[in-house]
Ligand binder design. Sequence first.
Ligand SMILES: [Mg+2]
Length: 458
Amino acid sequence: MQPSGNNGISNHPGAYRAREGLAYLFIDFNAYFAGVEQHDNPALRGRPVIVAPLASEHTSAIAASYEARPFGIKRGTKISEARELCPDIAVLPARHDRYVQVHKLLMKEIERHLPLEKVYSIDEAAFRLSRSERDPQKAIETARRIKAGISENVGPALRSSIGLAPSRLLAKLAAERVKPDGLTVLELADLPNSLRNIPLTDIPGVGNGVAARLARAGIGDFVSLWNLEPKHARAIWGSVQGERFWYQLHGFEVDEPPTKKSMIGHSRVLSREHETPAEARIVARALLLKAASRLRHYGFFASSLSLSIRLRPDGGWQGGRRVAYSQDSSCFLKSLDEMWESFLRHRRRETTSGRIGGVTVYLHGLAKAGDAAASQLDLFAEPAVKQNEGRRAELWRLIDEINSDPLAKFRRLGAPKGEDAAPAHRHIMLASQVGLDLNYLGAKIAFSRVPEEAEFLY
Ligand SMILES: [Mg+2]
């Protein structure tokens, strides 16, 4: 069936591309962070490995190698519990910079075979097959060449599951079928049968909210979801999103809205004059303020932050803190300062005089207001705390606005009497940031902001 105006999509801005064989290859790296650790350290290969977001026993694994899974350890298992289940387990703190580096190597390798269509997260991406590559036999050959290329040119520890299908959504569902190391073809002729047993919430685009609405409409399994009409899907979703979903599920490709983020952060290499702890702390605080400003810009709340410090000539320190969901820079700065104190204590204990070579600050555990996760804030916080938090976040948004366009507020409020020209640069900074001009820093210090694509889902 071809989409047409009478399906109610005529005024939809998204472009629907016709179905033509296996047009997409979706690749999902298996236990990616753990895989990178095993890639970098061959002694870890074949061993149970988990990666923790922070160097703390009170966090949960953000990746578990396949060798850890027979012990009942998976992503989300508490670190202390994992140690009980498998005393021999290797627990490694996350190294986001490294995961981004390897991600780039992997994408470059796959791009030798196919053009990249879209990066979904640090360990998931979709590639497009040309018209002549879309029949199953050719598509499978291409997928095998990609796997061999990754193994030979990047590393055999980086295993992946590949899905081939007419749309990206179906290709992702195909990739999910066999883990680790899968290669699965999903053709329209196989549907809805081959997916008849998958829980609806396993399908990207069907969260708990949508699943509840589907259930109220009597749709509880894949086959009845498949048999919906696009208009009906739109009504159930309560938005055009339902129709977009229907088309993707039925093998049409649809242009997507921007993807969700789950980490926002900045990293900076320090020049000589900033390599003392006191100077480096100011840079870390400035990076955090920038990250928090972007957090507010995207409308997110963060529930944890992490700090990594690279030492010269080698070594480093990592720390992390959980916070109640927040947009408030003061709250983040407080946690950062606590971490900085831990770092200083560590430094005194180790009696390292190592100079500081770089700092990286990340906000993670992101959610939007109204998300199930963020609403815990509403459940647990004292009303007075919430109100203060909200007021401070509002103040920070105002500061963001003024810093992003120093003239905006001035124009809105009108020029004060006696002044007919707006002041040129009116930035707001914390007292502790005075003397640190971010623009100046940007020009003077080798700047290695983690790129946009690095703000990935776990
Ligand atoms: Mg994965």
